[in-house]
Structures are given as structure tokens and as C-alpha cells.
Design a protein around this ligand. Structure first.
Ligand SMILES: *[C@@H]1O[C@H](CO)[C@@H](O)[C@H](O)[C@H]1NC(C)=O
Ligand SMILES: *[C@@H]1O[C@H](CO)[C@@H](O)[C@H](O)[C@H]1NC(C)=O
Ligand SMILES: *[C@@H]1O[C@H](CO)[C@@H](O)[C@H](O)[C@H]1NC(C)=O
Ligand SMILES: *[C@@H]1O[C@H](CO)[C@@H](O)[C@H](O)[C@H]1NC(C)=O
Ligand SMILES: *[C@@H]1O[C@H](CO)[C@@H](O)[C@H](O)[C@H]1NC(C)=O
Ligand SMILES: *[C@@H]1O[C@H](CO)[C@@H](O)[C@H](O)[C@H]1NC(C)=O
Ligand SMILES: *[C@@H]1O[C@H](CO)[C@@H](O)[C@H](O)[C@H]1NC(C)=O
Length: 754
């Protein structure tokens, strides 16, 4: 990085100010978060390269690039019409460069730089808004909160105020943009602290011999001198004094003085200026067309974030490599105080099986550091070898510190998801950057083979240069992939495509099996990560079927008559000798399975009796709990009994209960913090027996029917299409009676039966 930007004292980054938790990963804003905060150093985006330091003149002498970025934000917003809900920060400036309102080279050079970052997850409009944040911050100004989700326009607008406009025209133009007469003064004062007015664009204002004239005496510092020098009467602002007066183009003078200098004088206080500009510039970049919804919260850097996580099938098809980085924000906590980061993964079915290793975990130590304007980060590289037989579904993280303490991160209680269902296999994929010839190989897990598999290529195509638009068009191609060899539990799919050559390195690749609710994908992979030649996959493995527990695997078809009734789990391969296939037992003695269930908060879900031993089975737990209404097994070897459930315990997906019973591997005995819960079928009288406090539960059986699971409707037709009715007194029993004779029945939306 070049010299660090001046950073005024007393500033904390947004995350530190708000103390907000990390978003749940992955978030739609993750890519922009890296562009904006992970600026320089290891995996740096270099987004601030041409605006840092603040006085950098990337587009030529006298042209302060940071001021041009800030100006692009205003010019893109300015056509907004709040009455019609049209325009706003929408990237339409790319189509407006020749319309006379947007003179000078600064807009085109700014847009050209920002376009390097254009992708399906970073619109030009969001990049323009990020450019406002970055330019102001690079010059020592406030952190402008950055909400995201802007959508790019496909045509231009107009309405940028011009220096010769009357004050009445200015007031009505700013009103149309959503700013009243006070805010107009503030916004102009917040914009005209950086940069200069240039003779080529405004010869009536700046004589050719002069070249350019600055708005204030510190034109490369985000400070309020544009205000204080105006108030003191010694300003050099060419839109207040000098040649502009005679030709009626002294627009800043007219605007600042329009309320008798009341607003501008208040901004002579540096704190008032800073706070006002932080709020007004946020408002400016949040002016968007009607129908565009920005994220509720501004982005902030994650405390801990997985970046570039990728699965690859190793040669021989016996193991997967999980690679990537855990990025730790080290702003308040030096990277040197972190001993290591431990990543612990869950197998494909949410359990802890990972072959011969005792623990499914890897340890990473610091490899590189990066920084943004206000933050520093350490990167901990992950290289985990995962047996294909057990696979991966998620992971959690622990940071260990030199002082012996540690901190766990579980993605806000969700674990960090990592699916092994579809993998873009980089070693067997390649891109010739010159010609744009692309070949992509993907691996699809055999339990979902049969879903259509598509390669999505999102790439940039230059516009017709005669239009003068420097921003390429974001283009999407969708190519059907063809099935090839089966290797163990995966099947290869391939597709070829020719990307427009010149910008092929900027393309992003996604492989998707299925669509809608049943889509599995490996997304947003940089084409530039691929090598020029496709490697061959060496080592073969017998093609094997895969069975995945219901929570880890979405149904491939809700109408299929072969939909498995039991929530089976674990991975079985046809080549291995048959181990007993564990299933959920719906009935044990006189008890029925209720569901997988969580422990209570600070209290056991079932608290009246407990047992733990290594020969645990469902039957032995039931015997231990004789006389109780409920019993449950947990963590493979624990058993709990009770007549009521703690109110803070709750139903959990059946697949969470993924641990086998220590004394019988054909049965499930819950998991960590998960109870395999059974309930008596004996009729209870509320006077004699406490009513369960956690009341609503899935009924495992209704008449002769057993509960299959919660299923989605089919796409454009009913999942169950033979017979339907709807009624406000709908019960499972009445629907079962209506559907007597059919293999399946289902209830939906509280009052529908099919
Ligand atoms: C503009 O709006 C602000 C905030 O609502 C208000 O304080 C100010 O008085 C308004 N100015 C005018 C001229 O209406
Ligand atoms: C403008 O005048 C103020 C007040 O007299 C003074 O402090 C400041 O240094 C002057 N600025 C310039 C650029 O002359
Ligand atoms: C506002 O300030 C400017 C610059 O100091 C001055 O020329 C002008 O007379 C002031 N206007 C009023 C109404 O005070
Ligand atoms: C580019 O635009 C010009 C003018 O609009 C048109 O004449 C020309 O055919 C276009 N070229 C291409 C390659 O589309
Ligand atoms: C890609 O094409 C396939 C088949 O034509 C279709 O099912 C799928 O929805 C498309 N995907 C996208 C992202 O357009
Ligand atoms: C995989 O399962 C399918 C459907 O149950 C079966 O037809 C096929 O023979 C199995 N394949 C192997 C290799 O066992
Ligand atoms: C609980 O069951 C185990 C296994 O059958 C048995 O060894 C133990 O004695 C039982 N404990 C009680 C108190 O019933």
C-alpha cells in the first residue's frame, strides 16, 4: 500500500461502533465486503489503489482521483426523480457520459476502474456507492455507512445541476432528488472539499492559463476548509469567487448564501461538518430507483470469515480436500496473539464420523495479513483431507489465544455450511485466457445424479466503443453439462464454452444441479483460478451409491413413489460389506418416536432421571425409564426420563439426531444437545399427568399412515395431484380419511389436504 491515508483520531470502524454480530455466512454481501475492507496485503482487492493516498492523480496532473470518485457518486444519483421513483444511484452514468452534463475525463476513468470489480455480486451501482465510502475515507473523512443491493440501470437519465442554474432551479432540482434547501447546501459543502474545477470542462470559470483551481486550500483532505474559508471571506473556490461571477456561474456562492449563510456557518464547526457529511453522503448513495431494496444494515467487516472455501476431489476419489482461509479481524486484537484457528467439521449427515482420525478437525496458523482503511486481518490457511465415505456438511471454528483462552464461532448458531453435493473440480477444468476457451469439470454426488446439471458463466463483454461507455456488459451464459465417468461416490460432468477472450479472467463460474428449492451448487468461482490446461483425474474407484440423511439432502422429487419413508442416514457404498442401516425407530415398546429434540436452556429437557453407559440402546433406555411418559437418548450413550418437557426445549430436524446408539449401531441415540425423544401412547388425563409444555409435535403415525417428512410442492403442479380438498376444520385424521386408499396424503397451509 502507498502511504496510509490520514486517519483522524477517535474513529472506530462501524463494527466496533455497533458491536454487531457477524452476518450469517454465506451472505449476499460477502463479495462486496471483501472488495471494500480487504484492501491491501494478502488477498487484497486493491480497490483503493488509485485513490490512496488521497492526493493520488491517476488520471493526470491536477486531477485528484478521490475527488472524481466522490463526484461520480453525485452525478450518478442526480437524475433521481422522487416523484416518479426513477433513477438514482443505478450506474446509469455509464450511458450519460456524452450528454453534456457530465463533462471531463474523470467520470469515464472512474467507471473504467470500478468496472474491474463488476460481477453478479457487485453491481456497478454498489461499486459507485463503495467508491464514495472509499474516497471519503481515504482522504480522512468519516465512515459513510454502506448498505448494498443497488441494481444497474440499462439506460441513461439526466438532470445534473449546472453552475449557471438559478437558485430556484437548484432548489427544485435538489427537491426532486430528495434533498430540501438546507440539505442542498450541506451536500454541496460535503462534496466540494476535494478536488478542483478544471479549465477544459469549465473555461468560463477557470481560464485556460490557470489550468485548475481548488475548492479550498486543502483539496486532498476531507476537511471543512471549503466552509471555513467561505465564511472567513478568503475562499479561492472558483464557484464562489473569480471569473464565475461575471458569467453567473458562481453556483456555490449562490447555494451557500441562499439561507443567509445560516447552514454553512453551522458547518464551520468541524464536528458538525463531519457528522453532517456522514449522514448526507449516506443519504446520497441511498437514493435509488423505486423497487430497489437495500440491505437493512450497512456492511461491516466480519470478525471471523471463511474466504475462498473450496472442495476438490483428490485423485483416487477416496478423499476430498477442503481448502481456503479463515480470515480473522485483528483490528483490536493483534494477529500475533492468536496461536491458531481450529476448524472442526461435521460429516455429510451432521455427525462426527471422519474415517480413522479421532477428530474431524484441522489446525491453521497465520499465513498472511491484510488491511482496509480501519481494519487489519490475519489469514489462516485451511487444508483438510476429508474421507469421501463420510463427507462434510458444515464446520465450526475455535480461535486459540497465546494466553490460553479460546473463542468459538458457530456462524450465529448455524455452523458454517459446506456442502459436498456438487463440486467444481478445478484440476480437471481449464481456461485459455487469450481465446477464452473454457472447459469445466464438475463432480455430482451420486445420490443426486439425475438432476439436470448446468454450468453458469457470468462474464464481461466490452460495449461498442463508439458509444464511449467504458463499462462492459455483464453477460450470463447457461450451459447444460454432460455426465461422464463415475468415480466412487461422484460422477463427473463436463461442459465447454468460449468466453469473450479479452476479459475472460474476470468471468465467474457456477455449477448447479437441480433448480429452485432442490438446487445444489458450487458458486461464483473465479475463472482466473483455473490453469491453462485441464489435468487428468488419476486413479479409479468403483461406482458407489450414496445415501444421505433427510436433513442433509433435499428431496429430489416429492412425487416419486420411491421416496424413502425412514430418515435413513450414513453413507453406504455397494462395495463395502453391509453394516446394519440405522433407521429412526418409530415405535419402541409402548412408546412412539416424537422427533429429534433440543435440550432446554440451562435445564434438561427431561429432568426426572438420567443414565449413561456404553451399552445404551433405545430398549435399555426405555427400561430405565419405566413408568415415565417420556424418555430420550442423547449423545449415543445417555438416557433421560421425565413426565414433562422443559418449555425451552424444542423440536429439531430428525437428521440432527445422527449419533448411533453405543450399544446398537442400527439405532439412533440423539447427538450433542439433541434428544431422540419418545413418548408414551397411553392416554393421559391432564389431572393425573402433567401436560407436556412443549406441545406441538409431528405425529409419527396417523391411522395406517406414517409421517414421511415436510416436503415441498412440485414446480408448477401439485406434489400429490389425485384428489384435494380444503376445509377450516382440517385435521390430519380427516385428511387421512379423505385420502383412504392412496399411498400418500399431505396437509398444507393449515386447511388443505391432498
Ligand atoms: C430540511 O430538512 C431538515 C431535516 O428534516 C430540517 O431540519 C430543515 O429545517 C429542512 N430545511 C428546510 C429548508 O425545509
Ligand atoms: C482565511 O482566513 C482565516 C481567518 O482570518 C485564516 O485563519 C486562514 O488561515 C485564512 N486561510 C487562507 C487560505 O488564507
Ligand atoms: C454570506 O457569506 C459570504 C461569504 O463570507 C458573504 O459574502 C455574504 O455577504 C454573506 N451573506 C449574508 C447574507 O450574510
Ligand atoms: C457501434 O455503434 C455504431 C453507432 O451506434 C454502429 O454504427 C456500429 O455498427 C456499432 N458496432 C457494433 C460492432 O455493434
Ligand atoms: C439453465 O438452463 C437450465 C436448462 O435450460 C434451466 O433449467 C436452468 O434453470 C437455467 N439456469 C439458469 C441460472 O438460468
Ligand atoms: C444404486 O441404486 C440404484 C437404485 O436403488 C440401483 O438400481 C443401482 O443398481 C445401484 N447401483 C449400484 C452400483 O449398486
Ligand atoms: C439401566 O439400564 C442398564 C442397561 O440395561 C442397566 O445396566 C442398569 O442397571 C439400568 N439402571 C436402572 C436404575 O434401571
Amino acid at each position: 500500500m502507498r502511504a496510509r491515508a490520514p486517519v483522524l483520531a477517535g474513529l472506530l470502524s462501524l463494527a466496533a461502533q455497533t458491536g454487531r454480530a457477524d452476518p450469517t455466512w454465506p451472505a449476499a454481501t460477502d463479495h462486496m465486503e471483501e472488495i471494500v475492507y480487504q484492501l491491501q496485503g494478502f488477498r487484497g482487492s486493491l480497490f483503493n489503489d488509485i485513490i490512496t493516498p488521497c492526493d493520488n492523480e491517476a488520471a493526470g496532473p491536477g486531477r485528484i482521483t478521490a475527488s472524481e470518485w466522490l463526484r461520480v457518486g453525485f452525478h450518478d444519483m442526480a437524475p433521481h426523480n422522487k416523484y416518479f421513483g426513477t433513477n438514482g444511484v443505478d450506474g446509469s452514468l455509464q450511458f450519460e457520459l456524452n450528454d453534456g452534463e457530465n463533462t471531463g475525463p474523470g467520470h469515464a476513468t472512474t467507471l473504467k476502474f470500478l468496472a474491474n470489480y463488476l460481477s453478479s455480486r457487485s453491481s456497478l451501482a454498489d461499486l459507485i456507492a463503495a467508491g464514495v465510502y472509499a474516497s471519503v475515507r481515504s482522504c480522512g473523512g468519516p465512515v459513510v455507512p454502506l448498505r448494498l443491493g443497488r441494481v444497474d440501470a440499462t439506460e441513461g437519465g439526466n438532470g445534473v445541476p449546472q453552475p449557471q442554474n438559478s437558485i430556484g432551479t437548484f432548489i427544485s432540482q435538489f427537491d426532486r432528488m430528495g434533498f430540501n434547501a438546507t440539505e442542498m447546501i450541506q451536500l454541496v459543502a460535503c462534496g466540494h472539499t476535494l478536488g478542483s474545477v478544471h479549465s477544459p470542462e469549465f473555461p468560463e470559470i477557470v481560464p485556460a492559463a490557470t489550468g485548475q483551481i481548488s475548492f479550498d486550500s486543502s483539496n486532498a483532505v476531507y476537511d471543512n476548509k471549503v466552509v471555513t474559508e467561505y465564511v472567513a471571506g478568503n475562499t479561492t473556490n472558483p464557484l464562489v469567487v473569480g471569473a464565475s461571477i461575471a458569467v453567473g456561474r458562481n453556483s456555490d456562492g449562490r447555494i451557500f448564501g441562499s439561507d443567509g449563510n445560516v447552514t454553512i456557518r453551522a458547518m464551520a464547526d468541524p464536528t458538525v461538518y463531519r457528522n453532517t457529511c456522514q449522514a448526507l453522503l449516506q443519504r446520497m448513495i441511498e437514493v435509488v430507483p423505486a423497487g430497489v431494496t437495500l440491505t437493512p444494515d450497512p456492511i461491516a467487516p466480519y470478525a471471523v470469515k471463511p474466504v475462498g472455501m473450496q472442495l476438490t476431489l483428490n485423485d483416487g476419489a477416496a478423499t476430498l480436500l477442503l481448502s481456503g482461509y479463515i480470515r480473522v479481524r485483528t483490528t483490536e486484537l493483534p494477529a500475533s496473539s492468536i496461536t491458531n484457528v481450529v476448524l472442526t467439521w461435521k460429516d455429510r449427515n451432521g455427525g462426527n464420523s471422519c474415517g480413522s482420525s479421532a477428530t474431524c478437525s484441522v489446525t491453521a496458523t497465520l499465513q498472511g495479513v491484510a488491511n482496509g482503511f480501519d481494519d487489519t486481518f490475519g489469514f489462516f490457511p485451511i487444508q483438510a483431507t476429508i474421507p469421501v465415505a463420510s463427507g462434510i456438511s458444515s464446520f465450526t471454528l475455535v480461535l486459540n489465544f497465546n494466553d490460553g483462552t479460546s473463542k468459538s464461532y458457530d456462524n450465529n448458531g448455524n455452523s458454517y455450511p459446506m456442502s459436498d453435493a456438487v463440486i467444481l473440480q478445478k484440476p480437471q477444468s481449464c481456461l485459455l485466457q487469450g481465446s477464452g476457451a473454457l472447459t469445466v469439470s464438475a463432480l455430482v454426488r451420486n445420490d443426486i445424479v439425475g438432476l439436470p446439471v448446468n454450468l453458469g458463466v457470468s462474464y464481461l463483454v466490452p460495449r461498442n466503443t463508439t458509444d464511449g461507455n467504458p463499462v462492459p456488459a455483464l453477460t450470463q451464459a447457461n450451459i447444460t453439462m454432460t455426465a461422464g465417468d463415475c468415480v466412487g461416490q461422484y460422477t463427473f460432468y463436463t461442459a465447454s464454452f468460449t468466453i469473450y477472450g479479452g476479459l475472460s479472467y474476470n468471468a465467474r463460474l457456477s455449477v448447479t444441479a437441480g433448480s429452485g428449492a432442490t438446487a445444489y451448487s458450487d458458486d461464483f468461482i473465479k475463472a482466473s483460478d483455473l490453469s491453462g490446461t485441464c489435468g487428468t483425474f488419476s486413479g479409479s474407484a468403483t461406482c458407489a451409491n450414496v445415501t444421505v440423511s433427510s436433513t442433509s439432502s433435499l428431496p429430489t422429487s416429492t412425487t416419486s413413489s420411491s421416496t424413502s419413508v425412514s430418515a435413513t442416514t450414513t453413507t453406504t457404498t455397494t462395495s463395502s460389506t453391509a453394516a446394519p442401516t440405522p433407521t429412526i425407530k418409530t415405535n419402541v415398546g409402548g412408546y412412539v418416536f416424537v422427533s429429534c429434540w433440543t435440550e432446554g436452556t440451562g435445564v434438561r429437557a427431561l429432568s426426572e432421571a438420567s443414565f449413561a453407559y456404553d451399552s445404551m440402546t433405545l430398549e435399555s433406555c426405555m427400561a430405565n425409564c419405566t413408568g415415565f411418559d417420556y424418555w430420550a437418548t442423547e449423545y449415543g450413550r445417555e438416557c433421560y426420563c421425565g413426565n414433562s418437557l422443559a418449555s425451552s426445549s424444542a423440536q429439531a430436524p430428525n437428521g440432527d439426531c445422527s449419533m448411533l446408539c453405543a450399544g446398537d449401531p442400527s439405532e439412533f441415540c440423539g447427538a450433542g444437545n439433541r434428544l431422540e425423544l419418545y413418548s408414551t401412547t397411553a392416554t393421559r388425563t391432564t389431572s393425573a399427568t402433567p401436560t407436556p409444555t412443549a406441545t406441538l409435535a409431528v405425529k409419527p403415525t396417523v391411522g395406517d399412515y406414517v409421517f414421511v417428512g415436510c416436503q415441498t410442492e412440485a414446480t408448477s403442479q401439485r406434489a400429490l395431484s389425485e384428489k384435494t380438498y380444503a376445509d377450516d376444520s382440517m385435521t390430519l385424521e380427516s385428511c387421512a380419511a379423505f385420502c383412504a386408499g392412496f399411498t400418500y396424503f399431505g396437509t398444507e397451509y393449515g386447511r388443505e389436504c391432498e
